[in-house]
Design a protein around this ligand. Structure first.
Ligand code: PHE
Ligand code: FE
Length: 277
């Protein structure tokens, strides 16, 4: 995940390079951490065939991440060949401009540290499990990979236009918590869902949340919660739809949005196209 946080950041920022990257020192991972990774992976990968979209199922099956904490170098050989994206190791969350610049250059920042056993169920900050399990699979998808690069470029621009709040919502409701319609029914593609054992079944099965057809301005109008399951998911038909809807210059959209009220995470509008499960 990306974005602001109130609490002190975990992770060692003492030895970062100017672009906030560090080396992944693989020898620092303990046996207990390797074991925790395997348990996280085993639980989560059992859910994937039921609740994630096919693009993710296929890539995860081919990456073989279950045997231990992944080495960035090894994944990068495959990732660069597939979509010209690469992973860079970072201590944790990054300043917005640094984060966007990495994405704009097809580099995805991945935290080097793993959560503690106490955080098996839930973690607020992105650790290496969330970043790998949640984000890496779709970096192998051509269209999604292009979307994420465009997002990074859009972030640099939005920063200059004071519109980061709007763009952060788009990231949240797509890259982190997006759902997609498939012939098998609704499926998850957002990383925040994919790495959560509770929310992955919930987002597809529960009667509780709103599921609303993706509408770009509606998404950017909507607040979100970071500490509970989502009240609302936005549903796309394809990654191409996402790419095409976000291709225009957002400058006039930001003007339009400033004239609209912000919506709560659970709001429903007359104009929303609700999707039933
Ligand atoms: N087209 C957007 C702009 O002009 C950039 C963007 C692309 C933003 C994809 C998000 C996702 O700002
Ligand atoms: Fe994330």
């Amino acid at each position: 995940m990306a974005g602001q946080t109130d609490h002190t950041l975990r992770g060692d920022y003492a030895n970062i390079r100017p672009d906030y990257t560090v080396d992944q020192d693989y020898s620092l991972y303990t046996v207990a951490e390797q074991d925790l990774w395997k348990r996280l992976y085993a639980r989560q990968s059992a859910l994937i065939p039921h609740y994630a979209c096919d693009e993710i199922i296929d890539v995860l099956a081919s990456l073989n991440l279950g045997t231990g904490i992944p080495r960035f170098d090894e994944i990068n050989v495959k990732l660069i060949a597939a979509t010209r994206w690469s992973l860079v190791a970072v201590p944790g969350l990054l300043p917005d401009d640094v984060f966007f610049t990495h994405l704009a250059n097809r580099r995805f920042p991945v935290s080097v540290w793993l959560r503690t056993p106490e955080e098996f169920e839930y973690i607020v900050e992105p650790d290496i499990f969330h970043d790998f399990f949640g984000h890496v699979p779709l970096l192998f998808n051509e269209t999604f990979a292009d979307y994420l690069e465009a997002y990074g470029k859009g972030g640099v621009k939005a920063n200059g236009l004071n519109a980061l709040d709007y763009l952060a919502r788009l990231y949240w409701y797509t890259v982190e918590f997006g759902l997609i319609s498939t012939p098998k029914g609704l499926r998850a593609y957002g990383a925040g869902i994919l790495s959560s054992s509770g929310e992955l079944p919930y987002c597809v099965l529960s009667q509780q949340p709103n599921r609303i057809r993706f509408d770009l301005l509606r998404v950017m109008q909507s607040n979100y919660k970071i500490d509970t399951f989502q009240d609302t998911y936005f549903v796309i038909d394809s990654f191409q739809e996402l790419f095409d809807a976000t291709a225009p210059d957002f400058t006039p959209y930001y003007v339009e949005l400033r004239g609209r009220p912000d919506l709560t995470a659970m709001a429903r509008l007359e104009t929303d196209q609700l999707i039933k499960v």
